[in-house]
Design a protein around this ligand. Structure first.
Ligand SMILES: [Zn+2]
Ligand SMILES: [Zn+2]
Length: 138
């Protein structure tokens, strides 16, 4: 992401609303976004070089942003159909430690699960990147 993209996104933030799932029967709610999650998708050439094909940019509200910063919730996000689901870590049989798991396909859009997307190992451990915190290298 370059400076122009970041400025453009920041400028249009006021008209964005949260695109994450807020639970059943909340699809009609329009919740103002306060930031974006930015997830670069690409492929790695080697351990050092990574080609970023595109950035996945998702507007999120204050509530979702704080859930993504905390350790209570894990977000499953399907980047095929943009649907999402929250998992309460304390109620899950699985021990989740990631903030976001990016899915290639989910029950909403396909019967064939394409797997998880990891841009690199660091992304497995790191917190999600918010646009407002992103450092731009000029
Ligand atoms: Zn939200
Ligand atoms: Zn899906």
């Amino acid at each position: 992401m370059n400076e122009t993209d970041k400025l453009g996104l920041t400028a249009s933030l006021y008209e964005e609303h949260c695109e994450l799932n807020h639970g059943p029967k909340t699809g009609h709610l329009i919740i103002p976004a306060v930031d974006y999650i930015v997830q670069p998708f690409g492929y790695t050439i080697n351990e050092v070089e990574e080609v970023s094909v595109r950035d996945m940019v998702i507007p999120v509200c204050a509530e979702c942003a704080s859930a993504l910063h905390g350790d209570e919730w894990t977000l499953l996000y399907c980047f095929e159909c943009n649907s999402s689901q929250w998992i309460a870590r304390s109620k899950s049989k699985m021990k989740y430690r990631h903030h976001v798991l990016w899915l290639r396909g989910c029950p909403c859009c396909t019967k064939e699960f394409g797997g998880l997307y990891f841009s690199d190992i660091k992304a497995l451990i790191d917190s999600p990147v918010f646009l407002s915190q992103q450092k731009i290298v000029a």
